[in-house]
Write a protein that binds this ligand. Structure first.
Ligand code: GLC
Length: 707
């Protein structure tokens, strides 16, 4: 690639760092594109110097754009096509927050593998996924795209998705390069309001917020997208500390960096760049390679290089990273790579893919409460009420290629299984049901309440100040109980919600947005075909006033209020407990699991020892099922304040009825270590507290000493 670089003109080099919509290559530039062209100060020659494309619809479109572009490319450098394939392409999997609720990274790997297989046939070369932003604020709309509040869970799932997309060999026609985002700390937006400022210390960044991206880079992702927000007052897109000190020096990342949509030009609005020219200079200096959607680089870098403001070396390094990715993808040998209209038609929504989506979805739901009403007996008659009673919009945000109308509703699925509902009708509140409707509802033994948020109440630019059930949905539970019926709530939502008003339901099943086969999975869970195994990847607060509430909080000088500390001057609220309504790691099963006989291989270990931790897990029945053994550590004395209890590892395991399995974890120095503000990994001698269990309210505890 260095030989090619030497042949390129300055203008051709700069063009490689511009990413445009395919619109500019498909539209009539005079008539349709004149506005945007003027706005971006582009011309046809600049457009045809672009290095990559944002978003593409299908193989035919991609092939058309690529060939039209290459006809005019002097050096025949192919375009790189990137897109948002977030939790499926045309076969839609559960949203990432739901994937994390499976506590099984294989579900994410499987989702990514199927997504890449489908997206590659449309000519997509890189996906803007995984999103690895740590989130502790459910008001933020993009919770739905995250893996939740745990640095460990975020890291495991981000790495699994990178592996699934890239499949160990980028040259394969069904591989897609991964671009982790949004680097960094985007999930800490103040007030949970999207695009709002972020104020994180380097300690918080290094010990928690960076972990997801760090593991994605370690797994070999080839791109990193910068976040809209500032870190230490400097927008991530032009933040040298993040893009060079952390990414290149500390992590050794050699892939490409790309801005978020227009985020380089937005450095002007952030008040750090005077104009697009200064934005361009700051971007290249800080280590930004590709500029997405705005035109600072193409319009101003040349003058900075020619005037000596910017060394040519910085430009060459950035361009070489882009060319290297194109080469590693095999684009110089085959510019269309996996794009193939015929294969596209037979690959997308292939039955095997839909089956995978169904199986994954069944692992991602979380049974929050259950008075024993679930699982249902097929002989029991059901009615389905509420705003989502006939829902097919179960794909969730960022499922732009997924078709809703091909998703079956729950009523259709139950009918196909011979257990058709006696009544199913959409209503925003009970008042909308007529007396005749109510007579029919009375005929049901059990009522399923399909409640929650619309798809577009989470996702980008969709934050909320009130995270309760929308409208008058809370009236449904008392309404059903007034009919003397059991109420089972099926929740669809893209964030943790405040559920205080529906806690007296017979059961609450958290179904997030489970994708193309959501209804099949929900039916399996309702009737015990699948035993629920999901666990919460994010705490559910009792009220929005508790936010942020998360599992790995630091200790406080004043103790938590509890029976041992009833006093006045303790850390407490006057009107609520400190604990969340549903804790991180919570999730019920239809079976009664018991964890017992915790043992440690030693009570004292040295730094290079491995500590074996073992427990028995028993399934007392009545159903075989999966459960998640969670292992938490707490370092009560360290050089900095450490979380009282933080998830360190976990294992999802299948246990047959009346089976006892012995589960073994091996902890090494890495599990006991943490990051200081400068990114170094350290650990401190002394006592380490340990908890193990399959539910946060049923943990066995122990301790050991690190010498
Ligand atoms: C959006 C999102 C980002 C996405 C990009 C390209 O603004 O912030 O997640 O990948 O633009 O669509």
């Amino acid at each position: 690639m260095k030989t090619l670089l030497e042949q390129m003109t300055l203008h051709e080099k700069i063009g490689q760092l511009m990413q445009l919509s395919p619109f500019f290559f498909l539209a009539d530039l005079e008539k349709e594109a004149a506005g945007p062209i003027r706005e971006l100060h582009l011309d046809e020659e600049k457009i045809y110097s672009a290095g990559s494309i944002l978003g593409i619809g299908n193989a035919a479109e991609m092939i058309a754009v690529q060939s039209k572009y290459l006809e005019r490319s002097r050096l025949k450098i192919p375009l790189l096509f990137m897109a948002d394939v977030i939790h499926g392409y045309k076969t839609i999997f559960p949203v990432p927050l739901a994937l994390a609720a499976s506590w099984n990274p294989d579900t994410a790997r499987r989702c990514a593998r199927v997504s890449a297989t489908e997206a590659a046939t449309s000519g997509i070369h890189m996906t803007f996924s995984p999103m690895a932003d740590l989130v502790r604020d459910p008001r933020w709309g993009r919770c739905v795209e995250s893996f939740g509040e745990s640095p460990l869970l975020s890291g495991r799932f981000a790495a699994a998705m990178v592996e699934g997309y890239q499949n160990g060999d980028l040259k394969r026609s069904d591989s897609v390069a991964a671009c982790v985002k949004h680097f960094a700390g985007y999930g800490a937006a103040e007030g949970g309001r999207d695009y709002n400022t972020v104020d994180l210390s380097r300690q918080s960044l290094q010990s928690a917020y960076l972990e997801g991206y760090r593991q994605a880079v370690k797994a070999g992702c080839r791109g990193v997208m910068t976040a809209f927000n500032p870190i230490e007052g400097i927008p991530c897109t032009v933040n040298r500390y993040l893009l060079r000190d952390v990414l290149r020096t500390q992590w050794g990342f050699d892939g490409l960096t790309i801005s978020d949509y227009d985020s380089l030009a937005e450095t002007i609005a952030h008040g750090v760049a005077e104009d697009p020219s200064q934005a361009a200079l700051m971007g290249l200096e800080a280590g930004l390679d590709i500029e997405m959607a705005s035109s600072c680089y193409i319009n101003h870098l040349e003058e900075h290089i020619r005037s000596g403001n910017l060394p040519l070396k910085l430009l060459d390094e950035a361009v070489l990273r882009v060319l290297t990715l194109k080469q590693d993808l095999g684009l110089f040998d085959n510019p269309n790579k996996g794009a193939d209209a015929l294969r596209e038609s037979t690959t997308v929504q292939h039955p095997d893919h839909l089956r995978a989506a169904h199986e994954v979805a069944a692992e991602c739901a979380v049974l929050l409460t259950n008075d024993g009403t679930l699982p249902l007996n097929p002989a029991v008659s059901v009615a389905i009420l509420g705003p989502y009673a006939l829902a097919v919009k179960t794909n969730g945000p960022w499922s732009w290629h997924g078709y809703h109308d091909e998703n079956p509703s729950l009523a259709e699925v139950l009918t196909a299984r011979g257990i058709s509902p006696v009544f199913a009708k959409i209503a925003g509140c009970p008042e909308e049901y007529s007396d005749h409707d109510i007579d029919r509802i009375r005929k049901a033994d059990v009522v399923l309440l399909a409640l929650g948020e619309p798809e577009n109440w989470s996702g980008e630019a969709h934050s909320r100040t009130d995270i309760g059930l929308p409208g008058r949905q809370a009236e449904f539970v008392p309404f059903v109980r007034s009919l003397g019926k059991k109420a089972i709530v099926l929740l669809q939502n893209g964030r943790p919600l405040v559920l205080e008003e529906i806690l007296d339901a017979s059961a609450i099943l958290e179904t997030w947005f489970l994708g193309s086969r959501a209804s099949e999975a929900i039916a399996d869970l309702l009737y015990g075909v699948t035993n629920p195994s999901g666990r919460l990847p994010m705490s559910f607060p009792r009220s929005v006033g508790q936010i942020p509430v998360y599992h790995d909080a630091l200790p406080t000088g004043r103790p938590n209020q509890n029976e041992n500390h009833p006093g006045e001057y303790v850390t407490k609220y006057l009107d609520a407990p400190n604990s969340p309504r549903f804790a991180f790691g919570h999730g019920l099963s239809y079976s009664r699991f018991e964890v017992r006989n915790l043992s440690l291989s030693a009570s004292k270990i040295r730094k290079d020892d491995v500590l074996a931790v073992e427990v028995d897990i028993i399934n007392h029945g009545p159903l075989a099922g999966d459960t998640v053994i969670q292992l938490y550590l707490g370092d009560p004395v360290a050089r900095i304040s450490r979380p009282v209890r933080q998830l360190v590892t976990f294992r999802k395991i299948h246990v047959a009825v009346n089976e006892t399995l012995r589960v073994r974890f091996e902890l090494d120095i890495h599990d006991l270590s943490y990051r200081l503000a400068d990114g170094t990994l350290v650990c401190d001698p002394g006592r380490i507290n340990l908890w193990v269990g399959d539910s946060p309210d049923r943990l066995l505890s122990s301790a050991f000493v690190l010498e």
